[in-house]
Design a protein around this ligand. Structure first.
Ligand code: PMP
Length: 390
């Protein structure tokens, strides 16, 4: 049926085999539309209705450091972490943000708004998420400045290292790569969820960032959250969001809360009587299938290579599996191709060049979480490129 995403879409393949060559496949952004089909199947389970008179106030919880955070949202996020086991939640302060993008800016502010005379350096191991340099330097702040690749970075001054695990763009599992005692770590764990990678431990870091965008796929809801050990940092982050946007949409927080609650309820056996596939099973299976198909298209294809991953045991799934990241970090192996993104663009596939991630243009990042339709064309086209002359 057309509602079953495990059946691949009928638009491509059968009979229409050569007619889609002109279709431009835009996989530049990590737009998680593959999740739409799942939530559609959940029907009204995640629907909320908000009458016009409700949630008019700026305030949500005056007793919380993060006074604009809806208690139901905070509860739902903690409940999900406890279910999945991907983050320690005890003795932590939570701050909600308009996406984790706002929290990134809030945490930079919180860590650097001191009486430093010079801007504090911010580094991350290359290849790093392309938004970090842009966000860090957007306002040409006197507080912080982007200082690039964390490998081989050394200084006597305090600095910030962002650790992204699993990493965007290459899906690798990461730890800090610097060792200075002046280092302050931010852990961006946007992809530390069991559809992408084995959950091996509950992250117990000083500052961790999570987002709806990559966990349930609700990128448009623009809700992220930070778990922070130090209340002073949570206070300053809250202050940043208070000054910049006077809080975070309550409507969005309530929608996020509902979605997270529905997800956790599925693992409560008495609530799952309808036998619908649970979210993390569904999303795990889609990613598994996609990675198999991508590897089948690219393996034995001398033009391209993909990162290799080793399996690990996932405490949440109770099974061992290999990472199946939200992005493919594709390398053009052909010597005549210097710019992989450019080469793929010539074949109507849009990805993001490795150069935006502090890496080589031999690499290109391709989203693995877009629609089945686009993904199907992607694999077919890549497999077809094998026999073609460049
Ligand atoms: N961190 C990482 C590593 C990401 O890949 C993204 C989204 N591409 C974000 C943060 C930002 O996500 P959002 O603002 O949608 O929460």
């Amino acid at each position: 049926s057309s509602n079953d995403v495990h059946n691949d879409v009928g638009d491509v393949g059968d009979g229409a085999d050569h007619s889609d060559a002109h279709v431009i496949i835009d996989l530049d952004h990590g737009n998680p539309t593959m999740y739409e089909e799942y939530w559609r199947q959940m029907g009204d389970k995640t629907t909320i209705v908000i009458p016009g008179w409700q949630f008019i106030s700026y305030f949500s919880d005056k007793n919380n450091i993060c006074w604009f955070m809806e208690p139901d949202f905070a509860k739902a996020a903690i409940r999900l972490h406890n279910l999945v086991g991907n983050a320690a939640t005890q003795d932590r302060y939570m701050v909600v943000g308009t996406g984790s993008s706002q929290l990134y800016q809030a945490v930079l502010y919180a860590l650097t708004a001191t009486d430093n005379s010079k801007p504090m350096s911010v580094v991350s191991a290359a290849p790093f998420y392309s938004a970090y340099p842009v966000l860090t330097d957007l306002l040409k702040s006197g507080l912080h400045k982007w200082a690039g690749d964390a490998y081989n970075y050394s200084t006597n001054e305090p600095y910030i290292e962002i650790v992204t695990s699993p990493n965007n763009p290459d899906g690798s599992t990461r730890r800090s790569v610097t060792s200075g005692d002046k280092r302050i770590l931010i852990h961006d764990l946007a992809y530390y969820w069991p559809q992408y990678t084995p959950i091996t431990h509950g992250a117990d870091e000083d500052i961790t960032l999570f987002t709806m965008s990559k966990s349930t796929g609700h990128a448009g809801t623009r809700i992220g959250w930070a778990l922070v050990k130090d209340p002073e940092i949570a206070k300053k982050m809250t202050r940043y969001i208070e000054i910049s946007t006077i809080g975070v949409s309550k409507d969005s927080q309530l929608r996020a809360a509902k979605i997270l609650q529905t997800l956790s309820d599925q693992y409560n056996t008495t609530n799952n009587a309808e036998g619908k596939e649970r979210f993390f099973d569904y999303s795990y299976n889609v990613m598994l299938k996609r990675w198999k198909e991508l590897r089948a298209a690219v393996d034995n294809n001398e033009k391209f290579s993909l990162p290799k991953f080793s399996p690990d045991n996932c405490t949440f799934r109770g099974q061992s599996f290999e990472p199946q990241p939200a992005f493919a970090w594709l390398k053009c192996e052909d010597e005549s191709v210097d710019d992989c993104a450019n080469f793929l663009r010539g074949h109507n596939i849009l990805g993001r060049s490795g150069k935006y991630f502090g890496s080589s243009p031999k690499y290109v990042r391709i989203s693995m979480t877009d629609s089945n339709y686009k993904f199907k064309i992607l694999t077919k086209r890549l497999a077809g490129l094998k026999s073609l002359d460049i």
